[in-house]
Design a protein around this ligand. Structure first.
Ligand SMILES: Cc1ncc(COP(=O)(O)O)c(C=O)c1O
Length: 413
């Protein structure tokens, strides 16, 4: 039975998330934060207050309220910069989501700096967001794509890293697999990539929400993540990039705000980061993301990580002891080597059927290919069922998941 990790006060945290109140009185076990997290009242209040008291377009108005809107938007950038250890907030670009962040890098930086025959090294465990932009660029430019493989126990296969880095101009890697929970060793990969002369792009969509992040320590050149997986609203993502690389990257979208001057025969770009923020930006969403970051800072990211390791460890033990060979857990067995994402198969029940029965028991999980089709092929499956944990989950949720899997056995077994 659940004992509690003792690291985070989950009962108190849940009281901050109105979704739990709105589901009071019926079973509600939310285990799908890897797809999108729930939102605390602090985020809803910050966005409400912004709209109720301060809304105006940013970087334009000279009246006081417009200046306050700009201050809140730019304040959110400072907050995000602090959260990821960025020394300069001009290196923090607001985008729509991590998908846009990674497209920006591939299309604008890659479009300007890569030539036919150049090598881009990816991994077999990437989310489509860190694959398709490179596939598109490869098709347009004639690039060579190479892939680091995945071992049978769900780790990144680095045995041929040196050989595959030979001649590479880019290494694009996830910091945490959204399917396996695997945490590839980004720093050593980045060091080896830099030694080989490659630029390092990190998809940190599943990493930044769950582990204390310092972009300097990660050692990457570009890092993308997305607001809605870290307690923030949808519609906002982040691209952090090293200043000299962002400076050498042409604008991604053209329009208002991203220019310094426009003539009928050309334009000059604005300075960082606004060069990459064409049009009216997601102002309220940035304010919400700032509030989300402050909430995570209050929880303390080291405690968030310790809590998730404990809950994940409990889930790995509980499910394997209770279901034995009937349940296959994908990914590394050591909870310290993975994040709080648990993909599994149960008997020969299709993941969608499984998720449907779990839903009838009040347990929300994700079923499907998780936007990682090449990884599914490598694993030899078409889909998995995935439970994922965050600050508001505890061991009791794992027990509820196990009970719901018993219901699956009763229906299909
Ligand atoms: C590892 C990873 N990368 C990228 C994404 C895409 O995120 P978004 O849809 O917010 O751009 C996800 C979301 O599922 C993810 O898990």
């Amino acid at each position: 039975m659940a004992v509690g990790t003792g690291v985070l006060d989950v009962a108190a945290i849940r009281r901050e998330f109105p979704i739990y109140d709105s589901h009071a009185g019926r079973p509600f076990v939310f285990l799908d934060s890897a797809a999108s997290s729930q939102k605390p009242q602090t985020v809803l209040d910050a966005m409400d207050d912004y709209y109720a008291t301060t809304h105006a377009n940013v970087h334009r108005g000279v009246y006081e309220m417009a200046e306050e809107a700009t201050a809140r938007y730019e304040g959110a950038r400072e907050t995000v910069a602090r959260f990821i250890g960025a020394s300069r907030s001009r290196e923090v670009v607001f985008t729509k989501n991590v998908t846009e962040s990674l497209n920006l890098v591939a299309s604008s930086w890659g479009g300007a700096h890569l030539r036919a025959g150049d090598v881009v090294l990816l991994t077999e465990m990437e989310h489509h967001s860190n694959l398709v932009p490179w596939l598109m660029l490869a098709e347009a430019k004639g690039l060579e794509l190479r892939y680091l493989g995945v071992t049978d126990d769900g780790r990144l296969d680095l045995s041929d890293l040196e050989a595959k880095l030979d001649g590479a101009r880019v290494v694009a890697v996830t910091a945490m697999s959204n399917v396996l929970g695997t945490l590839p060793p980004v720093r050593p990969i980045a060091d080896a990539a830099h030694a080989a002369g490659a630029v390092v792009v990190v998809d940190a969509a599943q990493y930044v929400p769950h582990l204390a992040t310092d972009v300097a320590e990660l050692g990457a050149d570009f890092v993308g993540f997305t607001g809605h997986k870290m307690l923030g609203p949808t519609g906002i993502g982040v691209l952090w990039g090293r200043e000299e690389l962002l400076d050498a990257t042409p604008p991604f979208l053209g329009g208002g705000s991203m220019i310094r001057d426009v003539r009928l025969d050309g334009f000059t770009s604005n300075e960082l980061p606004w060069k990459f923020e064409a049009g009216t930006p997601p102002i309220a969403e940035a304010v919400g993301l700032g509030a989300a970051v402050r909430t995570l800072e209050r929880y303390d990211m080291r405690a968030v990580r310790a809590h998730e390791v404990a809950v994940t460890g409990y889930a790995l033990r509980t499910l394997s002891e209770r279901f034995g060979d009937d349940l296959v857990l994908h990914g590394p067995a050591d909870p310290c080597a993975r994040g709080g994402v648990l993909s599994f198969a149960f008997l020969d029940v299709h993941p969608h059927d499984l998720a449907q029965v779990l839903d009838a028991e009040g347990v929300c999980v994700r079923a499907g290919h998780h936007c990682a089709k090449p990884l599914m092929r490598r694993m030899g499956v078409g889909a998995t069922t995935r439970a994922s944990f965050y600050v508001y989950n505890d061991e009791a949720d794992v027990d509820a998941l196990a009970e719901a899997i018993e219901a699956v056995r009763r229906v299909f077994g």
